[in-house]
Design a protein around this ligand. Sequence first.
Ligand SMILES: *[C@@H]1O[C@H](CO)[C@@H](O)[C@H](O)[C@H]1NC(C)=O
Ligand SMILES: *[C@@H]1O[C@H](CO)[C@@H](O)[C@H](O)[C@H]1NC(C)=O
Ligand SMILES: *[C@@H]1O[C@H](CO)[C@@H](O)[C@H](O)[C@H]1NC(C)=O
Ligand SMILES: *[C@@H]1O[C@H](CO)[C@@H](O)[C@H](O)[C@H]1NC(C)=O
Length: 615
Amino acid sequence: MSLRLSVSLPLSLLSLSFASIVSAQSASLSPAAQAAQAGASQPLSPSFAGFGLEPSNLYSFTGGSRNNDLTSNLLNTLTQYSGAPPAFRIGGNTGDYMIYDESYNGYQLRENANSQGAGAIASDSSYFGPTYFEVIDRCFPAGTPIAYQLNMAWDGDGYIENVVRQAQAAVDRFTNVQLQSFEMGNEPDLWLQNGFRTGSWDGQVYTEQWLERVAAVYSRVLQPAGIRSNFFEPPATASTMGTTFEINTLVEYGITEPGNNAPNGYVSAWNQHDYFYFITVTPYPITLDHLQVLRNTENQFRYWESQVAQAMGTGLPYHLREMSSVGPIGQEGVSDTFGASLWTLNFFLYTATLNISSVQMHMTDNSFASPWQPDRRYDRDPHVRPNYYAYTAMAQLIGSGNGTTQVARLAMPGLPPNYGDSVRCYSVYRDGSLSAIVMINSKPSNASETNKASLTFDLALPSSLAGEALYLSYLTAPGGDSQTGTTWNGFSYEESNDGIPTVVSDTVQTVPISSDGSARVSVRDSEALVANVGFRLGDRAVLAPNGSTTASSSSSQTRTRSAASSAESTRNAAIVTAAATTTVALLGSATPEAAEGQRRRASLARHRRGMGGEE
Ligand SMILES: *[C@@H]1O[C@H](CO)[C@@H](O)[C@H](O)[C@H]1NC(C)=O
Ligand SMILES: *[C@@H]1O[C@H](CO)[C@@H](O)[C@H](O)[C@H]1NC(C)=O
Ligand SMILES: *[C@@H]1O[C@H](CO)[C@@H](O)[C@H](O)[C@H]1NC(C)=O
Ligand SMILES: *[C@@H]1O[C@H](CO)[C@@H](O)[C@H](O)[C@H]1NC(C)=O
């Protein structure tokens, strides 16, 4: 769909249409009544919007010997909203630096002073023990789906024993969370650059080594436990240049072939990684304005769309298990702003329309892109960042369909050209019928802009909805550059210290649908709106996949505390009537910590991606 005006129009007509467009500043949306007519996605998993956790940072996010309640509470809220816990990947570069040692009981990694492994950072740099599994089990909601990475980089003595031991520990020790798959190795296409392999190394050699390891884990760990053989995710290419690790190529090399006693083969799903922007790799500077232009997301992801299509061709699910606005550790003033929250919500919906099965935004404890900072650093206490709110919006949207939510992209006829690259809209379906419209107006407008413009949407809804009401839920903040003060659907998740939701506005806003199906809403620049038919998001209980229901979340101002603390089982949410305008002391970029962060970021980035291109 092109929204650009044709240059061949006569000048008079051109200026006329510009004039009318500019004065109206509106667009029309005509969503199809049924998902099938809309070309909608597959139904979204309630675990769709998930998190990737860098293995070396596990203890900061979960807590060491004491639980990190902020993390637990934030995850419990998402579980309540969508009906199931967000999907987690425990994996990343550092997953290939760690060796499992059953006898080690510390609540942190133990450095290996005598590392022998290959690699710029050796593949046996550190040890971890059983507490690793214990803290995940303790901190994450029951049933959290886990894709867990095994160390494949280590290829010294006993490499099979080693990977079998690590897999056995995961199978035995995850009891509260649900181990869903093993990822074997992280980003093997970059292993010549980071020194894990030398000599001949390509997708074919990788496939051979991968199959040897997964066959051993299957016959020695999974099969005895009664677990299926197709339990593994091969990490497909993480770079776009000259790669022999594309999905189709790995299939040609035989990665999906049946094995001995494994007629269904070993692959459960494809596992791929991308970053919208990667510092020191992407060849232009990152700015908030660039992130807020949503067309840039589609341009950046075009190559990866071809990988998704290859995955669909194999009939296996595709998970985007590592993603972020800015890698490796975000960019202050970009990835920790409200603009990044709008980017995140759009990214979830856009990837849903591509039938990607789940997205894990990558988290490190020092990343400005992580939806929350789990511990004290950069002179700041733990806190929730604006992009967490994109998760809450997505979770309530998914939950509102009780397991049947589907998403489709919406055409926006009449959209003024100055909005064309910054606005994206989606229709949402419940039980196959239209249930909501999402309008994301990411046009930059900073907090300091006192006279913010708005875009009006003229909705032409199916006449069967005449007489119903649209319930409006806003994802908003003082401006695109705001680092605090975001709200979603009248809730704040940062007013409390522990991530428990706080009501900031309990006004229910509705718009009637006229007898001809029309309705009109408007969305401020740098804001998103979900207009849900018939009820406010969160007001209805959500059916969990296991058949239980999670309580409605916004019908009452009394919130149930997480199971973790029984003494205070309920608590009256603080009611803050004024729009959230709290400003928290912002991180001064001149502090020594920040300078150190900058240095570490740069070296990590150099190390991380080698020559891999993101674009
Ligand atoms: C996504 O899956 C649905 C079926 O579940 C299909 O109708 C739709 O065409 C698919 N979309 C894409 C982009 O593959
Ligand atoms: C069912 O799933 C919900 C949401 O994940 C969870 O809170 C609940 O404990 C589960 N119930 C059972 C009986 O497993
Ligand atoms: C989901 O199902 C539960 C249990 O049947 C029901 O109470 C609830 O209203 C449903 N929610 C929605 C959004 O339809
Ligand atoms: C809005 O804020 C961002 C981030 O600080 C900045 O890059 C941009 O130039 C600002 N835009 C305007 C119009 O001031």
